[in-house]
Design a protein around this ligand. Structure first.
Ligand code: DGL
Length: 287
């Protein structure tokens, strides 16, 4: 798949995340490109990526991308914010000649659109208008603030390392998670009154959407929440805009791979995918 005229029912889209959070991206892809075949890999044995060094993240992400290439992927979607932020160039080099799309640019563009519209309607002076919540590694890379700066928007970034394990635990509506979110948000928002948009810069955070929204209301700072899943799926779909009309297929063909805990992947992954998920293949990508 190297040009925009390739028909989606002839291609295999590889979707990669450090765990099952990237299923939120697959969830958005399925209705947009129902004719494609999908391979999803969650590197659950080596999760979390968000607390690791750039070198380690790049090594893990490249080996995961190579696995999907070996399985026949024609296009790769890096549905992991941390891997996109720290290793997109390494993955692109390793995956040549197939196209590789990450989540940072589409997410930044979606958030920029919202915040620029708010700026216009309120006549707000430019300040730090977007708050990005992400893993420690993503925040330290400043990938989101650089992407937003290219769109003339200044962002505040906040690392929220406790949120991934809380979501992994299934505590998506739990008093502990509410308190942790309250602390992170009040610390971040204290820095700037001009923030009007909250960008969820981690695959796990969309599951906390209702909890985060309520916490913002409780703090008296309601914001527009944006996540990159939908914007990324739209960017992938744009690759096929010029293709001929889709041939109908009853239900997309998805194959799932995980590097550990396939039962947990099936159980929690169903929440991220929004539908039951089964038959996950256990694979070994080494250390
Ligand atoms: N997938 C990661 C991200 O979107 C979160 C989980 C992890 O730290 O590996 O940043």
């Amino acid at each position: 798949m190297t040009n925009q005229t390739t028909h989606p029912d002839q291609i295999t889209i590889g979707v990669f995340d450090s765990g099952f959070g990237g299923l939120t991206v697959l969830r958005e892809l399925l209705p947009l490109i129902p004719a494609a075949r999908y391979l999803y890999l969650g590197d659950t044995a080596r999760l979390p990526y968000g607390s690791k060094s750039r070198e380690t993240i790049a090594r893990y992400a490249v080996s995961s991308a190579r696995f999907l290439l070996d399985q026949g992927a024609d296009l790769l979607v890096i549905a992991c914010n941390t891997a996109t932020a720290l290793a997109l160039d390494d993955i692109r080099t390793a995956a040549l000649p197939i196209p590789v799309l990450g989540v940072i640019e589409p997410g930044a563009q979606a958030a920029a659109k919202v915040t620029l519209a708010a700026r216009e309607s309120t006549g707000q002076t430019p300040g730090s208008q977007i708050l990005v919540l992400a893993t420690t590694a993503t925040v330290q890379s400043h990938a989101y603030s650089h992407a937003l700066a290219r769109l003339s928007i200044h962002a505040t970034e906040k690392a929220c390392p406790l949120l991934v394990p809380l979501v992994e635990e299934g505590w998506i509506d739990h008093p502990v998670t509410r308190e942790v979110a309250r602390i992170y948000l009040s610390e971040a928002l204290a820095e700037d009154r001009s923030i009007n948009t909250l960008l969820l810069g981690c695959t796990h955070y969309p599951l906390l959407h209702p909890l985060l929204q309520q916490t913002l209301v409780d703090l008296g700072r309601p914001l527009t929440l944006i996540d990159s899943a939908q914007a990324t799926a739209q960017a992938v779909a744009a690759c096929f805009q010029q293709a001929s009309p889709l041939r109908e297929r009853k239900g997309a063909l998805c194959t799932f791979y995980a590097t550990d805990f396939t039962d947990k992947f099936e159980r929690l992954g169903s929440r991220f995918l929004g539908q039951p998920l089964s038959g996950v293949h256990l694979i070994d990508l080494g250390g």
